[in-house]
Design a protein around this ligand. Structure first.
Ligand SMILES: C[S@@+](CC[C@H](N)C(=O)[O-])C[C@H]1O[C@@H](n2cnc3c(N)ncnc32)[C@H](O)[C@@H]1O
Length: 415
């Protein structure tokens, strides 16, 4: 079925994300999540294994801040601890990536690296690639604001094809303050098997690609279940809010809305692309000691903006701390307590991360609503800034309401 590669695809091979439109974030010390693991020679899992807090929140340990030191096993993105893989030419689906060793369920296979770009830029590039007649798409969503474009620069993950019955999945991890996207094995994968994941959540919109994955129950097109696809093919009713902003999940791995751009994404004809480490046969990705960084995101959501002359001054309360602590009990339930205080910023962040995380790696089937626990904003002098209350002009607001009933209701309440 598979042929050996004949000619090397053109792209620049990278093993760390490239930041094209903004700087790489610098992690502040107070934002570093420090776990409680301590290496015990007799217990290999003690060095940041499944029981590590950071692992359970999809956060990598920060070197220098983990007591397990060099034994810490939770720095896989940072150390590019990839599975061994190699390129193959497939029939009808271009290049693909094979497992070049037996991979076990849950194993980190490879990071999806590319250029981290804004959502706007992704949209622009997607159109440009399409206009250039490029037939493969390499842009995936990292989060609501950013995408990863592996069209010109990327890791071998860019060659992983879609399947409606995939053996891998994407997961987002926070690494040194940046979100990054990893491909993880959903099941044991024997050597020589083609790797695949479901593009359904990553489709960006645009040209439809007929899916040739061959799976029973194949959805027919790449990303056919994605929001982008449905938006492009569905006739909207006015009151249809299935894809309203409120319904857009916050970021996360296998279940959230990644997006791969439409089909025609690729290299500018006038900008030839080169491949570092150029080889036209197999690329292996075993343990390169290089760091990388980034992740996916969904949806084309136009910001809800109004021009200033349409707006009545409103009371704007800063988002202030919910005065409770939140904890996850061992059984996965959420526990609320009164342990929140100004100096628990780090803890709160950790807890939020833990909540977010429940819907991904180890608990992919358990979707938990995100409970947002925002730390009280700190200001110089250590005092929290409280709400700035401006007076609402209720009559003016009412003037702008189409419904008389709503106007009356508001005026009545205001009285
Ligand atoms: C991220 S690239 C995957 C690598 C690509 N095959 C290559 O040669 O570089 C995504 C593109 O591969 C093709 N592709 C991936 N999975 C496919 C599938 N199941 N059926 C048809 N085409 C597929 C589509 O053209 C898609 O835009």
């Amino acid at each position: 079925m598979e042929e050996e590669p004949t000619e090397a695809p053109l792209y620049i091979h990278i093993e760390t994300n490239v930041f094209s439109y903004r700087r790489h974030k610098r992690q502040k010390e107070e934002d570093i999540a420090v776990c409680e693991c301590q290496y015990d020679l007799m217990d290999p899992d003690s060095a940041c294994g499944e029981r590590c807090w950071n692992v359970s929140t999809n956060t990598e340990c920060t070197p220098g801040y983990c007591r397990c030191g060099v034994y810490c096993k939770n720095q896989r993105f940072q150390k590019s601890q990839y599975a061994r893989t190699r390129l193959v030419k497939t029939e009808g689906r271009g290049w693909g990536l094979l497992a070049d060793e037996n991979i076990t369920a849950g194993q980190f296979v490879i990071e999806y690296c590319g250029e981290v770009i804004s959502w706007k830029e992704a949209k622009r590039r997607s159109q440009a690639y399409e206009d250039q007649g490029l037939t493969e798409s390499y842009i995936i969503y990292l989060n609501a604001d950013e995408s990863i474009d592996a069209t010109k620069k990327g890791s071998l993950a860019r060659f992983i094809n879609h399947s409606c019955q995939p053996n891998c999945e994407t997961r987002k991890w926070t690494v040194l303050g940046e979100v990054r996207v990893g491909i993880f094995a959903k099941q044991d994968i024997p050597i020589g098997t083609e790797l695949s994941y479901d593009y359904n959540f990553e489709w960006f919109g645009g040209v439809m690609v007929r899916c040739l994955c061959g799976a029973t129950g194949c959805s027919g097109f790449l990303g056919a279940k994605s929001r982008g696809f449905q938006e492009a093919t569905y006739l909207w009713e006015d009151d249809d809010d299935r894809f309203s902003v409120e319904n857009i999940p916050l970021y996360d791995s296998t279940d959230d809305e990644h997006t791969s751009i439409p089909k025609d994404t690729i290299l500018a004809k006038d900008e030839p692309v080169t491949q570092e480490n150029n080889s036209n046969v197999a690329h292996t990705t075993e343990n390169p000691e290089i760091a990388s960084s980034n992740e996916f995101t969904p949806l084309s959501v136009e910001p809800l903006m109004a021009s200033s002359d349409e707006l009545t001054p409103m009371t704007i309360e800063p988002l202030i701390a919910v005065p409770v602590g939140v904890d996850i009990m061992e059984n996965g339930l959420t526990e609320y307590g009164a342990q929140y205080s100004d100096d628990t910023t780090q803890n709160s962040m950790h807890k939020v991360a833990r909540l977010e995380n429940q819907s991904s790696p180890q608990n992919n089937n358990h979707h938990t609503e995100l409970v947002l626990v925002r730390p009280t904003p700190k200001f110089r002098g250590g005092k929290a800034k409280r709400g700035l209350c401006k007076q609402l002009n209720v009559a003016d607001i009412c003037d702008r309401l189409a419904s008389a009933a709503a106007r009356q209701e508001i005026l009545f309440c205001e009285k």
